[in-house]
Every structure is written in C-alpha cells, then in structure tokens.
Design a protein around this ligand. Structure first.
Ligand code: ATP
Ligand code: MG
Length: 397
C-alpha cells in the first residue's frame, strides 16, 4: 500500500484525511517539513507528500525542494488564487490543489502522480541499464584491442624465455661432459684443476639463477596468457557452437575439476532437480560456474559450505543457485561486481574480470543473474537461463 505523508492540517482535518484516503493509502502526518525530512532521513519510505500548511511561499518552497531532493511528488493545497502563486505545475513532481475539492478529484490526482512516479522510475532504470551496457560494450572493444596487442610480445618473450631455459640446460650438459673428459685424463691433474675451478667459479650459481629466472618468467607469461584469453572471451572473440547440454552434469564436472581448490575451503552440498536439456555453449557456461565457485572459495575465510542447487523454472527456464557461507558483500561492492576490472582482491590474486565475463556470457545466453549477499553470512548467485536459446535475428538494411 502506498504511503502518503501529510504536512500540517490547515485546511483539512486529520479525521477527514483518514475518512477519504484510509482504505487505499496509508497516511502518516507531520507537523512541518523538518519533521518529514527527519523521518525520510531515518529511512521512512513515502510515495507522495501532501502539503496542508497556511499559505507561506517559504514553507511551500521548502516542501517543493524536499520533493526534488527525495524524488517525491508534492501536492500543495491552497485557496483559489492563492495557489496561482505557486509557480508551474510539473507532471509527477509538483502540483497544487484548490480547496475545497471533492474526494474523487483528490484520488484521481493521487493516482495520476503515483503512476507518473512509477513511469519515471522505470525510465530512469532503463536509461541506467542502457548506459551500463554501452559502457560494457566500449570496455569489451578496448579489451579485445589490448588482448590483440599483447599477444605478439607475449609470443616472442615466451620463445626467448624457453630458449634461455634450453641453452642453460645445454651449458650444464657441456660442463658435465668437460668434467667427464677431465676425469679420463690419466694423471688426474686435469680433474684436479677442473674441481678447483668449479669450487671457485660463480658460473654454477649463475646457471641455477638463470634456471629459476626463466621458470618464473615462463610462469608469469602463462598468467598473462590466461588474462589475454579471459579478455578475448569477454570481448566475444571466438564464439563457439550452441548445443543441448545437461546442466547438472556440467556442474558435477566443474565441481570435480575444482575439487582441489574447494576441499580445504568448503563442504559442497548439491541439490540437483530434474532439468530439461539447455541450449548453450558448454565451455562458456562452465567458465561461469568456475568463476562463481572459485569466488565462493575465496570468500570463505576458514571452512564453510558451498551449496549448488538446480531447478526447473516453468516449462522453458532453468535456475542455478550457487551460494556460499563466506564473508558476503556490502551493497556498495555488490553493485560493482560485474564491472570489468573491479576487484577487492590484492594485486596478483584477482584481475576483477571473472564476473564481468560471466555476466556477458549469461547475457549472450539470454539469461539473467541475480546476487543476494549479506555481510558476514554469505552470498548467493542465481542464474536463470532459457531452455531454448533464441539466436538473435540478423537485420539486413
Ligand atoms: N561469493 C562472493 N563473496 C564475496 N565477494 C564476492 C563473491 N564473488 C565476488 N565477490 C566480489 O566481487 C569482486 C569481483 O569478482 P570477480 O570474479 O569479477 O573478480 P576477482 O575474483 O576479484 O578476480 P578474477 O578476475 O581473478 O576473477 C571480487 O573481488 C569480490 O570482491
Ligand atoms: Mg573471480
């Protein structure tokens, strides 16, 4: 039920307000604007404000400012002529009503403003959504460009590091051969000389260092290559084929794949419902499951539970819920988790791209993902997928 705030009772008594509005609206009364502001700041939810104060342009202007600030429609009551001084009427924002009025007029006016308010909110949500998807698309393009540029240098730096590793191994073999040859010399002098030299030479320490450095470089390059792969994935490079797949089996194999990662962090609790085959790109959806489950492991501080549930949703959708008993997230973090490169993890532990990729994969499957999280208790991801993926139609213009 919509809640209407009434400031003052100058023209209309509290009893009369209740009589005409009580069945459709919940009414809360305030003495003045300050009282209303205090209540709004304390978290009170109000749908519309009726101002029933003696005519005084300042108090009414204050009411209009409150309306603008809290995005609430305001209706000010005034006598004929008096209300003309209130300035322009703005649909869904500020309005004036001359007393006396009939209850039907008031009710119509309230309905109109509440509908306009809802429309305005829908419009705002849509434009925010649009802005977000434009931002994601622009970042996707940038990611694809960066991935492409990085691929070349990674290629030659990797082959150099491999070559370095190979040469160092060859140097070691040559030195072993030299030692053998010296040992074959009959007087033993050559071997003595070699052994003395070996004890002093820094070459052997350098060889060990070069071996370690090239291993580390190759490992680092492997990580860069994985990031490039993720970026390409995010930017839709290399789209695979849709096939009819068993989501429960995919989840089981993902959980098996991650067994080592999970076993020290959580007990896995699965509750799989009977599901129809889902048309999807298996490798991509598996990646979504991996990303969410790995995040769940990271969110659990000591040992917790990861619950994976699947259900049929109507005839043509399935639901996949993955929840954890981890640290959870405050709302300001939850809002950002699907943004590319948003991470709360230390450098080297997270790139912040896992959920951005997952979001774009789910969108490509015409699905939805919702997150519920509470700080200190855990997080739940719910993915809703259509059973039949409709290929987007191609417009030829
Ligand atoms: N289950 C979860 N519980 C709590 N916080 C989470 C959870 N899943 C994601 N987050 C938050 O969302 C952020 C973004 O997640 P995302 O997977 O996109 O990136 P990441 O895990 O930080 O890095 P990576 O690119 O390696 O996946 C995380 O850094 C974390 O703050
Ligand atoms: Mg992650």
């Amino acid at each position: 039920m919509n809640k209407i705030a009434i400031i003052g009772h100058h023209f209309i008594s509290a009893e009369y307000w209740s009589e005409i509005l009580d069945s459709e609206y919940q009414i809360i009364s305030f003495e003045d604007s300050n009282e209303l502001v205090q209540s709004l700041n304390a978290g009170e939810h109000v749908s519309l404000v009726l101002v029933d104060l003696p005519f005084d342009s300042r108090s009414r202007e204050t009411a209009f400012n409150i309306g603008a600030y809290y995005q609430l429609p305001i209706i000010v009551l005034g006598t004929e002529g008096e209300d003309d001084k209130l300035g322009d009427f703005t649909p869904g924002e500020r309005d004036k009503l001359s007393v006396p009025f009939g209850s039907a007029v008031l009710k119509r006016r309230l309905r109109l403003h509440l509908e306009l308010k809802k429309e305005r909110q829908n419009y705002q949500q849509m434009s925010e959504q649009l802005e977000k998807s434009e931002k994601m698309a622009a970042l996707g393009q940038m990611a694809a460009g960066v991935a492409h540029e990085i691929n070349n240098p990674i290629g030659f730096v990797s082959s150099n590091a491999n070559l370095l590793r190979k040469y160092v191994q060859k140097i070691e073999i040559d030195l072993q051969d030299l030692e053998k040859t010296c040992a074959e010399e009959s007087t033993g002098a050559a071997l003595l000389l070699y052994t003395r030299w070996k004890a002093q030479a820094k070459l052997f320490r350098y060889i060990e260092d070069i071996k370690e450095i090239s291993e580390e470089s190759l490992e680092g390059l492997g990580r860069v290559r994985d990031i490039v792969k993720d970026l390409k994935e995010y930017a839709h490079v290399g789209e695979a084929e849709y096939e009819n797949a068993d989501i429960n089996r995919m989840l089981t194999s993902t959980l098996n794949l991650l067994r080592n990662e999970i076993k020290y962090k959580a007990e896995v609790d699965t509750d799989f419902g009977e599901l129809p085959a889902v048309q999807c790109i298996v490798s991509q959806l598996n990646q979504v499951f991996v990303n969410i489950i790995v995040n769940a492991c990271h969110a659990i501080e000591n040992f917790g539970v990861i619950q994976v549930t699947t259900r049929k949703d109507g005839d043509d959708h399935v639901l996949i819920r993955i929840s954890d008993t981890g640290v959870g997230m405050p709302p300001e973090i939850r809002k950002k988790i699907f943004e590319p490169f948003f991470t709360t993890k230390p450098v080297g532990k997270g790139t912040g791209i896992g959920l951005a990729i997952s979001h774009s994969i789910i969108e490509r499957h015409n699905g939805e993902v919702q997150v519920e999280s509470e700080e200190g208790s855990g997080t739940q991801f719910e993915i809703r997928l259509p059973v039949n993926h409709q290929q987007p139609s191609i417009n030829i213009s």
